[in-house]
Design a protein around this ligand. Structure first.
Ligand code: SAM
Ligand code: SF4
Length: 338
């Protein structure tokens, strides 16, 4: 059957609920040099390399998505800075005229060497994951990571002059909740933002009972209120964080609260996994296979473009995260990135 390949009249990505997608989170690898215990199980099987999108395929996707109205791309993973030749990808994406923001989420382990090249390639903001300032605890939470390397990465990023730097902290009761104020101060003293995240039930991790370690954003706020004077802010960086200004500091404190403060109504995001699966919601399985279109039609972007437009009708209203039941989403966070 012949496929109608004429471009849709309205090339914007708008879903059934009237939400326009302008933000793509692109996972460039499922592999990582850490095994954070809320993200992965200790023993993980990673995808064979031929199933992962090539760097050229990732650039094609970046181009098509920006033609469809996406103005912000976040490169994520797994650990994106561990992907071989990943700087070439940043350089190519950094040249896309329609892209207003190219950003990255990283565990920081390679930032000491890559912060400046990222800045030079056009990356404007970096999110760095940091759950603790205690070396032993860092080792326990990341299983393989070194606090020293991540801190060196933070300092290199500061020296490179990014528009904005942010720390991401997943808060777990009795694992790092006693460090919320110290982590906030660490960020604020460096003019950085920090977002505190409620753990999401993605994948079987086998380390802890997610309901037992749940620490709500309200509790985070209470704890911070003892040390800082916080003012709710309407500012947004286009993501799910709700921000607070802190008297006396430039940096802001953000809360990402998938459980206690559902952010789905404003969702402007889609994700592409390292194997090219377009995911319409982090907490649901609705998806479209973009790798098939990329590889089936190497000389024309029209098929992948149409697949993306079609997929908008699959975007669900929101996630159904429930800590009281076993995970319904078996995909680990490293498949889709944050
Ligand atoms: N490796 C990079 C890093 O750690 O920043 C990028 C990928 S990582 C999957 C992206 C973000 O997701 C990190 O900030 C991490 O803390 C967060 N994350 C991972 N698993 C999570 C979970 N189960 N719930 C909430 N956040 C999670
Ligand atoms: Fe790796 Fe990031 Fe997942 Fe930690 S959160 S295991 S650093 S992908």
């Amino acid at each position: 059957m012949a496929t109608n390949l004429t471009a849709p009249r309205d090339p914007r990505l708008i879903d059934r609920f009237g939400r326009q997608v302008r933000y793509l989170r692109l996972s460039v690898t499922d592999r990582c040099d850490m095994r954070c215990l809320y993200c992965m199980a200790e023993d993980m099987t990673f995808l064979p390399r031929n199933q992962i999108l090539t760097l050229e395929e990732l650039v094609r996707l970046g181009r098509v998505f920006t033609e469809l109205g996406v103005t912000k791309i976040r490169i994520t993973g797994g650990e994106p800075l561990r992907r071989r030749n990943v700087m070439w990808l940043f350089e190519q994406l950094g040249r896309l005229q329609a892209l207003k923001e190219l950003v990255v989420t990283t565990n920081g382990s390679r930032l000491a060497e890559l912060a400046q090249p990222l800045r030079d390639a056009g990356v404007s903001r970096i999110n760095i994951s940091l759950d603790t300032l205690l070396p032993e605890r860092f080792r326990r939470i990341t299983r393989l990571g070194s606090l020293e390397k991540t801190i060196a990465g933070v300092e290199a990023a500061r020296a490179a002059g990014f528009k904005r730097l942010k720390l991401n902290t997943v808060v777990l009761r009795n694992m790092n909740h006693d460090e919320i104020e110290d982590l906030a101060l660490f960020a604020l003293e460096r003019d950085m933002d920090i977002s505190f995240i409620e753990e999401m039930p993605l994948g079987v991790i086998g380390d802890h009972d997610r309901a037992a370690v749940y620490f709500s954003s309200e509790e985070v706020l209470r704890s911070l209120g003892e040390r800082f004077s916080l003012l709710p802010s309407t500012e947004s960086t286009g993501g799910p964080s709700r921000y607070y200004r802190v008297s006396g500091y430039e940096g802001r404190i953000g809360l990402i609260s998938p459980h206690s403060h559902n952010f789905c109504a404003d969702c402007n995001r889609v994700r592409v996994t390292a194997e090219g699966r377009l995911l319409l919601c982090l907490g649901q399985e609705h998806s479209a296979d973009l790798r098939r279109e990329l590889r089936g039609y190497p000389d024309s972007d029209e098929h992948v473009r149409r697949a993306i437009v079609r997929a908008m009708s699959l975007k669900p209203r929101g996630h159904d995260f429930d800590l009281g039941v076993q995970p319904v989403i078996f995909r680990h966070m490293n498949m889709t990135g944050g």
